[in-house]
Design a protein around this ligand. Structure first.
Ligand code: HEM
Ligand code: HEM
Ligand SMILES: [Fe+2]
Length: 476
């Protein structure tokens, strides 16, 4: 393998992580399409893959491939930032295989054994952790995740400790340690339903609206430094302000999930106020990305990576910031809670922030892992098409679900008397579900286009200086 453009040989361990991430992403989308069809043709694939199983596979694959993406990104980024080889590339490769095999076995378990039987077989009676959305994994898988996470954190923490310590690697490390720490709450599953829900949100909310935002900020800052050449000091300042705001709003913002689960009434206020401020760090990320691209000192040959980075900042703001805000105030959430509005937000936020940031890293790193600075021109054009195809299709899905959600609230939630029942309401929403399915098919098309871009060969783009292209020269 020609890895001459890699600054450190050990960065190469990121490659299998990225390939696995894209493979599992494709599987996630196929299950998504199955789910979308089951909404319309109730017994599609029944009894082989019922809705509850397909849903669990869809969401678990999402989390697992994002984790592969985060780990690959860390293995790629940390040696370069720390200016030293990875502590142990062998450990990184061993953990890759352990995680892949454990993940695959878990999915096979979901698909072949009834869930209750799986729980019996895997020792759920010893410590009852199964049955909660996103955290359905059997006990051995959960323990495996902890082992892999500890090995991974040990490896990259040792690398940072022996090398240069930059803000980017420190923020990334904080995010990754936080991710592992918050996951420990998945082992806390009290019989009291109120406390059960509360700890569940400690994982789900404090991940996506807490520690994962640090990972997001660090990865975005890294790609922006590399592709724009803007001074590290400028980027560091942005990064610190963004993550400070993320934590200040996100931690107490957890209260937006405590409105109606049996916790004290003051959470209506705390949750509403702090979560209403959560869009701020996401908006700052958008301003940050545009600002850095404007101040760029050079035209990096990998312009596709720049598009993905800017796209992440915009779509992350729309999905998390805007679509989060619309249902976050307690008097609104009273009506929208658990409707299709939630699903619309869940899709756009996960896609806009975390799916896109992982693709940004893959698009930046993959050419260098294959021995060149940037993908051929034609391949980058193809990537840019895939960005627009995926993003517009996701937009279609999300607008359809938002429409469905609004109608659902109107028919089923708003009327003081004579409200329509759940299933009769669902019947009225079919046209939106068809549009969602069409969006999903378009999304798969975009993903296939992205995968195809890796196989396109052709002329390499040459690096160009800012002066030659008339791009804005760097400002002090
Ligand atoms: C990238 C960041 C984010 C991601 C990935 C994300 C994802 C999700 C997901 C998947 C759910 C559904 C959980 C479930 O019940 O199964 C959810 C719920 C929710 N999110 Fe977010 N979210 C993010 C940021 C935000 C922000 C910034 C806000 C507020 C401004 C917000 C407000 C909400 C609210 C209020 C709910 C509860 C909806 C309900 O009551 O049914 N989210 N989020
Ligand atoms: C990158 C793309 C995608 C991401 C990030 C994603 C993410 C998610 C998430 C987080 C959930 C749980 C939502 C919640 O509880 O509110 C979910 C459920 C679901 N997804 Fe996706 N998904 C994607 C693509 C798709 C596609 C292409 C389809 C199909 C057209 C699809 C169909 C569904 C369905 C039907 C559910 C179940 C909703 C329910 O329980 O009512 N997803 N997805
Ligand atoms: Fe939340």
């Amino acid at each position: 393998m020609n890895t001459s453009v890699l600054k450190y040989r050990s960065q190469a361990v990121a490659k299998p992580y990225f390939i696995a991430a894209l493979g599992l992403f494709t599987a996630q989308i196929l299950f998504g399409l199955g789910l979308g069809l089951q909404y319309l043709v109730g017994d599609f694939l029944f009894p082989y893959i019922p809705f509850n199983v397909a849903r669990m596979v869809h969401t678990n694959l999402l989390i697992v491939w994002l984790l592969f993406g985060f780990m690959g990104s860390a293995y790629y980024l940390v040696p370069e930032e720390a200016e030293t080889e990875l502590h142990s590339p062998k450990l990184a490769l061993a953990l890759f295989w352990i995680f892949l095999v454990a993940g695959a076995l878990t999915i096979v378990g979901y698909l072949t054994v009834p869930y209750a039987r799986l729980a019996e077989l895997t020792g759920n009676d010893l410590l009852q952790t199964m049955g909660r959305e996103f955290l359905e994994q059997p006990l051995p898988t959960k323990l495996g995740i902890v082992v892999v996470a500890l090995g991974f954190l040990f490896n990259i923490s040792m690398t940072v400790l022996k090398g240069r310590k930059t803000s980017i690697s420190l923020v990334l490390l904080m995010g990754l340690w936080g991710l592992a720490l918050m996951f420990l709450f998945s082992f806390v599953n009290p019989h009291n339903l109120v406390r059960d829900k509360m700890y569940w949100w400690f994982v789900v909310h404090l991940w996506v609206e807490g520690v994962w935002e640090l990972i997001l900020g660090a990865l975005l800052a890294y790609v922006l430094i590399r592709t724009t050449g803007v001074d590290r000091e400028v980027i560091d300042k942005w990064l610190y302000v963004i993550i400070a705001f993320a934590l200040m709003t996100g931690i107490l913002g957890t209260g937006h999930h405590f409105y109606f689960i049996g916790l004290p009434g003051y959470w209506q206020w705390i949750g509403s106020i702090f979560s209403a401020l959560e869009p701020i760090p996401f908006f700052m990320m958008t301003v940050f990305a545009f600002n850095m691209v404007q101040r760029r000192r050079r035209e990096h040959p990998n312009q596709a990576a720049v598009l993905w980075a800017v796209g992440t900042s915009v779509m992350g703001f729309l999905g998390a910031g805007l679509w989060g805000f619309i249902h976050t105030l307690s008097p609104v959430n009273y009506y929208t809670h658990g409707t299709q509005v939630t699903a619309a937000h869940g899709h756009l936020a996960f896609y806009g922030a975390y799916v896109l940031v992982v693709i940004t890293m893959i698009s930046y790193a993959m050419p260098t892992l294959r021995g060149r600075l940037a993908a051929p021109r034609a391949a980058q054009t193809c990537e840019m098409w895939s960005f627009w195809l995926m993003t517009i299709s996701m937009g279609v899905m999300v607008l359809a679900l938002t429409g469905a959600g609004i109608l659902q609230v109107w028919l089923q939630r708003l009327p003081e008397s004579g409200a329509m029942g759940f299933m009769s309401t669902q019947d009225q929403l079919r046209v939106f579900y068809w549009i969602r399915l069409a969006g999903g098919v378009g999304f798969l098309g975009g993903l296939i286009t992205y995968l195809a871009s890796f196989f396109i060969t052709g002329d390499e783009c040459e690096p160009v200086n800012a002066g030659e292209t008339g791009a804005t020269p760097a400002r002090a």
